[in-house]
Design a protein around this ligand. Structure first.
Ligand SMILES: CSC[C@H]1O[C@H](OP(=O)(O)O)[C@H](O)[C@@H]1O
Ligand SMILES: Nc1ncnc2[nH]cnc12
Length: 295
């Protein structure tokens, strides 16, 4: 199992419209079992110019799973078991700002989590942990995305706050206007609790949010439709695959664990006394927290 010190393994969580990754060699789809239940799909293992890469379609191939019913814990645990050390989420979002039109890729650096019907932690009764989410995105992976986007000619914006709503319905106009007042930049339904769970699992996590629509606040776009979203998504998906190909080599070399602290996020986070810890829960935490619990 990867501990963050060994060679990086790049993992992609592909959102709406991104159900595969092209240009990989030695590919195989494999079932990964987890103590948290079933991930969204099998994982695609492959190599990109000699570098290992693992891909998971967030909603499953063919998009059978809605955002509110995804097993986020199983998805992150499966990636960790597969040896992934750095995760890039490529996600479809609505824009809450005039200056972020459809087709723009945003390197997100903050989240506001408004979800309420999801399992948000690997920890719980029998092993309590509180990780920091002050800086929810890995600055190193974010920087690699920034460089790749600058080279690729994809219209993009560096930095932005992603409001995560529960869904699956799109927002009301009042909600959309409220999130704009809060200063949010983009809106989606999936990146929380994903980012929180990646932090608990001591994995780097970054998001490139691909704008598909103006949500419903915009005077010229009265409401969001899946038809309009899908049209832009299909154009974005090709750009997303190009982005992955450009980012992967930038993450290929890392002698040390992540300098931003992602790989040691559980140091000083677990508060339950060793003699009060629940053996069953500790077993389930073997992949995500094995490093910290052994230490
Ligand atoms: C098809 S539009 C709504 C859907 O798309 C986004 O998913 P993802 O982040 O996986 O690309 C959004 O969060 C909703 O789940
Ligand atoms: N407007 C929107 N709201 C929530 N999720 C989205 N995904 C794509 N567009 C969205």
């Amino acid at each position: 199992m990867a501990d963050g010190h060994s060679k990086p393994v790049f993992g992609i969580i592909g959102g709406s419209g991104v159900y595969d990754i092209d240009g990989l060699t030695n590919t195989r789809w494999e079932t990964v079992e987890t103590p948290w239940g079933e991930p969204s799909d099998q994982l695609l293992f492959g190599e990109l110019e000699g570098q290992p890469l693992v891909f998971l379609p967030r909603h499953g191939r063919g998009h059978p799973r809605p955002p509110t019913e995804l097993n986020y814990r199983a998805n992150i645990d499966a990636m960790k078991r597969a040896g992934v050390t750095e995760i890039l989420s490529v996600s479809a979002v609505g824009s809450l700002k005039e200056e972020l039109p459809p087709g723009t890729f945003v390197v997100v650096d903050q989240f506001i989590d408004r979800t309420f019907a999801r399992q948000k932690s690997f920890f719980g009764t029998g092993c309590v942990a509180h990780v920091s989410m002050a800086h929810p995105v890995c600055g190193r992976v974010g920087e690699a995305c920034k460089e790749a986007l600058a080279e690729s000619g994809i219209p993009h914006h560096i930095g932005g706050t992603y409001l995560v709503m529960e869904g699956p319905q799109f927002s009301t106009k009042a909600e959309s206007e409220l999130y704009r007042q809060w200063g949010c930049d983009v809106i989606g339904m999936t990146n929380m609790p994903e980012a929180k769970l990646a932090r608990e699992a001591e994995m780097c996590y970054a998001t490139v949010a691909m704008v598909t629509d103006y949500d419903c606040w915009h005077p010229d776009h009265d409401h969001v439709t899946v038809e309009a979203v899908i049209k832009v998504l299909l154009e974005n998906a090709d750009k997303a695959r190009a982005l992955v190909r450009a980012v992967a080599p930038k993450l290929a070399d890392r002698a040390e664990p992540c300098g931003k602290g992602c790989h040691t996020a559980l140091d000083n986070a677990i508060i339950t006394a060793p003699d009060m810890r629940d053996e069953g829960l500790l077993d389930r935490l073997d992949a995500v927290a094995g490093r910290a619990l052994k230490g």
